[in-house]
Design a protein around this ligand. Structure first.
Ligand code: GL4
Length: 836
C-alpha cells in the first residue's frame, strides 16, 4: 500500500469547542475528526511522517469503539437491572468478518466517518481495506454464529457469544501454480482495536490426572478431581453493536495462559526450563483453529480446546449469577445456553460437574437444571463429521467427566429400557458410548440427552435428522425436536456489501427494510416496471465491474462485466460438487471447440473456497479448476465467450464483493448432504438466480421465490438413497453418455495440466469407479439445466424480473426471523430496550 497523503495533525490544545464527551462519543463529523486525531496522537503515537494508512484505520476503529463503549456498558447495566434471561451462544467458531464497516453501519455514522476522514485527507474505502479480518471460523457454521450475534443485538435480546480467541484463525490461501498453499493467519500481528482484554475475568480449567472419593462434613460421598495440569483462561471481549438500537452485546473469547503459581514453583526449585515449557504447553490450547469444516478431527488438543472454552464459559455464568445474588438453583431461568453443533457439548457434563461436585447439588436437581438450560443445534448429517472421542483419549484428559457420562448413561439407558422394554438393539444404538470397534463417547448423543430442545437448520435437514442420525431420540422425545431454518444478516450482506442496491431499496421502500425484510415483498410490483429494471441492471453491472477489478488485481484474469457471472463460493468439498461445475465447463468448452458458431450466452465461471489442508481430493479439485481456467482463458477460440477464474482466499471481506456481483448462484450439492447452506441465501438477497438441487435450504428458497424463478435439477434425497441402496455404478453413466466420456477423457489426458496425465487421474478415477456423491448421476440433468440458464439469460428483461423477485422474496432468510424463532420457541428470551 502507498503511504497516505501526509497531513499536519492538529495541535493537542483544540479550539474546536468540543468537550471531552463529544470527542469520546459525539456522532458528528467534527467530533469524529477530533477523535481520530486524538487517537493518532495518544493511542498510536507516530509522527506525521511515519503515519500509515493502517494508523488511520486503527485510530478510526478506536474512535468507533469509544462510541460503542457507552452503549455496551448501558446494555450490561440494563440487563443486570432488569434481571433478564440471557442467551449464551456457545460456539467453537465465530467468523465475524471485518468490524469497522459493519459497526459504522450499525451505529448509523458511515457518512460522518467518511466526511471526517476526508477532512483529514483520507478515503474511507481505502482505510476500510486495512482491516485484517478475524477469521475465527471455517465457513458456514462460524459465519452463522456471527450473523446470529448481529440479530440478537439488533432485536435487543441480551446475549453473549462464548468462544475461543485463536491466535491463528483460518489460514490464508494462496494459489501457487494452481495449487492451494496455506499461509498462517497472523491476524493479531498489528493489534486488534476491537477487543478489550479483561485479565481480571479469569477461570481455571483442569486437565488429566485422576479422581478421589471422600466424605464431606455432612457425611455425603463426594468426588475430588486431582488434575495433572491447570490452565488459566482469560476473557477478551468484543462489543457487538445492534443495528439502529443502543443494544450492544458481548462476544467473549477465552485465551489460555499458564497458571502463575506453577511457574513460581518450578522457578523456586530451580527448574526454569520446566516453568517455560509449562507456559508453552498451556498457551498451545488456543493457538490455532482446526481448519477442517465438515470432517471431525480426533485430536487430543481439539478436545482440549472444546473443554477449555466451555468450562471457562460455564464458570463465568455461575460467577455472574452469584454476583447478581441469584441462587444457583435458578440457573436455567437466567441462562439459555445453545450448543452450536456438538463442539461445545461437553458443557452438559461440565455443568453437571460444577453443580454436583462443586456446588453440591443433588444429582436429580442438577440434571433438571442442565436439561432445562441447554439447546442443541445439529449442523450436519455427514457421518464423518459426527464427533466421537476414543475412550482412552477422553479418559486421559477428562477422567471425572467420563465417570459423570457413565452415570448419565446408566440413568438414561434405564429410561430407554423402561420405554422400549426388550429392545436391546435400541439400547446399544442410543448409548452415549459406542461399542462397535474402538469404544468412544458419542457427542451427538450426549448433546441430545442433555438438551430440552434439538433442532436442524433447514426443513429438509430437520426431517432427515428425525429419520436418520437422531431417529431413536426422536421416537423417545418427539417434543424436543424442531426446525430452525438458518438466516443471514441483511445488514452486512446487503446494506453494507451492496451500497448501490441499498440506495435503490431506500428510495423504493424507505429505510426500515434492513430490520423488516418482509417489506421487500413490495418490490414485486416493481419487477414489471421497465425503468426500475434498468436501474436494477445498472447496479448489478457496477457490482460486477467492482468484482472484475478485484479479480484482475488478484489473478490477472480479465472478466467482462456484461457477461453472465456464474459463481460458486464455499468450502471445497466433494459433496458440494465443485467438480460437477467443472464438468459442465469442460462440456461447454468442447462444444465450442467442435462447433465455433454455437450460440451461447457468454459467461464468467467464478470459484472461491478453501480446502482443508489434509483433504487430498479437495486440493486436486482446486488444481483442476485452475488448470481448466488456464487452458480456457488462453484459448482464443473460446475466450471471447467463456472464462474461468478462481478467487484466492475466499473470506468474509471479499465475499462482500462477490455475492452482489452474481447473476447465477451455484448450489449443486448432492441432495441430502448440505444441511442448509447460507451462501445460497446471501446470493438470493443480492438478486442472483439459483441453479440448485433439492438440498438444504434450497428447497425453501425455491418455495419462496417460486419454481418458475429457480433452476432446479438433479436427484432428490429419496432417489439418491434408492440408487445407493440398489448399487450405484458410475461406469453406467459414462457408457450411456458419450459426451461425458469425452469430457472425462480430456481431463484425464493431461489437456488441462500441460500434458501431465497424472495430475487429475485420481479425480477421474474416483468419479469413474466410486463417485460417492453421484456427480456423474446428476451430470446430464445439470448440463441440460445450464442450457435453460443460457436461454433465459438471452431475455434480459425477464432475467431482471426474476432477479428482482429473488430479492423481493428473500425476507424469510433474514437471521432476524431465525433469531426470533429461537428466542420464542427455544430460549424464551425477551427484548430489553437500552436507553442512553
Ligand atoms: C454446516 C453445514 O455444512 C451448512 O450446510 C450449514 O449452512 C452451516 C450452518 O448451519 O453448518 N455444518 C458444518 S459442520 N459446517 C457448516 O457450514
Amino acid at each position: 500500500k502507498p503511504p497516505p497523503k501526509q497531513i499536519k495533525i492538529a495541535p493537542p490544545v483544540t479550539t474546536t469547542g468540543l468537550t471531552d464527551v463529544d470527542v469520546r462519543s459525539g456522532m458528528q463529523v467534527a467530533a469524529l475528526k477530533q477523535a481520530v486525531t486524538d487517537h493518532l496522537r495518544y493511542s498510536i503515537g507516530h509522527p506525521p511522517v511515519a503515519t500509515t494508512l493502517h494508523d488511520y484505520y486503527y485510530a478510526l476503529a478506536l474512535a468507533v469503539r469509544d462510541r460503542m463503549q457507552h452503549r455496551w456498558l448501558n446494555t450490561l447495566q440494563t440487563n443486570f437491572d432488569l434481571k433478564r434471561k440471557i442467551v449464551c451462544y456457545l460456539s467453537a467458531e465465530f467468523l465475524m468478518g471485518p468490524h469497522l464497516g459493519n459497526n459504522l453501519l450499525n451505529l448509523g455514522i458511515e457518512q460522518e466517518a467518511r466526511a471526517a476522514l476526508a477532512e483529514l485527507g483520507q478515503d474511507l474505502d481505502i482505510v476500510l481495506e486495512c482491516e485484517e479480518e478475524p477469521g475465527l471460523g471455517n465457513g458456514g457454521l462460524g459465519r452463522l454464529a456471527a450473523c446470529y450475534l448481529d440479530s440478537l443485538a439488533t432485536l435487543q435480546r441480551p446475549a453473549v457469544g462464548y468462544g475461543i480467541r485463536y491466535e491463528f484463525g483460518i489460514f490464508d490461501q494462496e494459489i501457487h501454480d494452481g495449487w492451494q498453499a496455506e499461509i498462517t493467519d497472523k491476524w493479531l500481528r498489528y493489534g486488534n482495536p476491537w477487543e478489550i482484554a479483561k485479565p481480571e475475568v479469569a477461570h481455571y480449567v483442569n486437565w488429566g490426572g485422576h479422581t478421589e472419593y471422600y466424605r464431606d462434613e455432612a457425611g455425603n460421598d463426594r468426588v475430588r478431581w486431582m488434575p495433572y495440569r491447570v490452565v488459566k483462561g482469560t476473557a477478551y471481549d468484543t462489543p457487538t453493536q445492534g443495528y439502529g438500537v443502543n443494544n450492544c452485546n458481548t462476544l467473549r473469547l477465552w485465551s489460555a495462559e499458564a497458571v502463575e503459581s506453577f511457574d513460581f514453583q518450578a522457578f523456586n526449585t530451580g527448574d526454569y526450563y520446566q516453568a517455560v515449557e509449562d507456559k508453552i504447553i498451556s498457551e498451545t490450547v488456543t493457538k490455532v483453529l482446526y481448519p477442517n469444516d465438515e470432517p471431525q478431527i480426533g485430536k487430543h488438543l481439539r478436545l482440549g480446546q472444546q473443554y477449555f472454552f466451555v468450562s471457562c464459559s460455564l464458570q463465568n455464568m455461575l460467577h455472574i449469577l452469584s454476583l447478581s445474588g441469584v441462587p444457583v438453583e435458578n440457573f436455567a431461568e437466567r441462562y439459555a445456553v445453545q450448543l452450536n453443533d456438538t463442539h461445545p457439548s461437553i458443557g452438559v457434563v461440565e455443568l453437571m460437574r460444577l453443580l454436583v461436585d462443586e456446588r453440591r447439588l443433588d444429582w436429580d436437581k442438577a440434571w433438571a437444571i442442565t436439561v432445562q438450560t441447554f439447546g442443541y443445534t445439529n449442523h450436519t448429517l455427514l457421518p464423518e463429521a459426527l464427533e466421537t472421542w476414543p475412550l482412552p483419549m477422553f479418559q486421559a484428559l477428562l477422567p471425572r467427566h467420563l465417570e459423570i457420562i457413565y452415570e448419565i448413561n446408566r440413568r438414561f439407558l434405564d429410561e430407554v429400557r423402561a420405554r422400549f422394554s426388550g429392545d436391546e438393539a435400541r439400547v446399544a444404538r442410543m448409548s452415549l458410548i459406542g461399542e462397535e470397534g474402538e469404544k468412544c463417547v458419542r457427542m451427538a448423543h450426549l448433546a441430545a440427552v442433555g438438551s430440552h430442545a434439538i433442532n436442524g437448520v433447514a426443513a429438509l435437514h430437520s426431517d432427515l435428522l428425525k429419520a436418520s442420525v437422531l431417529k431413536d431420540f426422536y421416537e423417545m422425545w418427539p417434543e424436543r425436536f424442531s426446525n430452525k431454518t438458518n438466516g443471514v444478516t441483511p445488514r452486512r450482506f446487503l446494506a453494507l456489501a451492496n451500497p448501490g442496491l441499498r440506495a435503490l431499496l431506500n428510495e423504493a421502500l424507505g429505510e426500515q427494510w434492513p430490520v423488516n425484510m418482509e417489506q421487500l415483498h413490495q418490490l414485486e410490483a416493481k419487477a414489471d416496471d421497465a425503468a426500475f429494471r434498468r436501474k436494477w441492471r445498472a447496479i448489478k453491472e457496477a457490482n460486477k465491474k467492482r468484482l472484475a477489478d478485484y479479480i484482475l488485481a488478484h489473478t490477472d484474469i480479465e472478466l467482462d462485466p456484461t457477461w453472465l457471472f456464474d459463481i460458486q463460493v464455499k468450502r471445497i468439498h466433494e459433496y458440494k460438487r465443485q467438480h460437477l461445475n467443472v464438468l459442465h465447463i469442460v462440456t461447454l468448452y468442447r462444444r465450442l471447440k467442435e462447433n465455433p458458431g454455437l450460440n451461447i450466452s457468454p459467461r464468467a465461471f467464478i470459484f472461491g473456497g478453501k480446502a482443508a489442508p489434509g483433504y487430498f481430493m479437495a486440493k486436486r479439485i482446486i488444481k483442476l479448476i485452475n488448470g481448466v481456467a488456464e487452458t480456457i482463458n488462453a484459448d482464443p477460440d473460446v475466450n471471447t465467450r467463456m472464462k474461468v477464474a478462481f478467487v484466492p482466499n475466499f473470506n468474509v471481506q471479499n465475499a462482500q464483493l462477490i455475492y452482489p456481483a452474481a447473476d447465477l448462484s451455484e448450489q449443486i450439492s448432492t441432495a441430502g448432504k448440505e444441511a442448509s447452506g447460507t451462501g445460497n441465501m446471501k446470493f438470493m438477497l443480492n438478486g442472483a438466480l439459483t441453479i440448485g438441487t433439492l438440498d438444504g435450504a434450497n428447497v425453501e428458497i425455491r418455495e419462496e421465490v417460486g419454481a418458475e424463478n429457480f433452476f432446479l435439477f438433479g436427484l432428490t434425497t429419496e432417489e439418491v438413497e434408492h440408487i445407493k441402496r440398489e448399487g450405484y455404478h458410475p461406469t453406467d453413466c459414462i457408457a450411456s453418455n458419450s459426451e461425458l466420456r469425452t469430457v472425462l477423457e480430456l481431463i484425464n489426458s493431461g489437456y488441462f495440466s500441460r500434458g501431465d496425465a497424472e495430475v487429475f487421474r485420481s479425480v477421474v478415477n474416483n468419479l469413474t469407479y466410486s463417485d460417492p456423491f453421484l456427480v456423474l448421476a446428476d451430470y446430464a440433468a445439470y448440463v441440460a439445466c445450464q442450457e435453460r440458464v443460457s436461454a433465459a439469460w438471452q431475455d434480459k428483461e425477464n432475467w431482471t424480473r426474476m432477479s428482482i423477485l429473488n430479492t423481493a422474496r428473500s425476507g424469510k432468510f433474514s437471521s432476524d426471523r431465525a433469531i426470533r424463532e429461537y428466542c420464542d420457541e427455544i430460549w424464551n428470551v425477551q427484548p430489553a430496550t437500552v436507553k442512553l
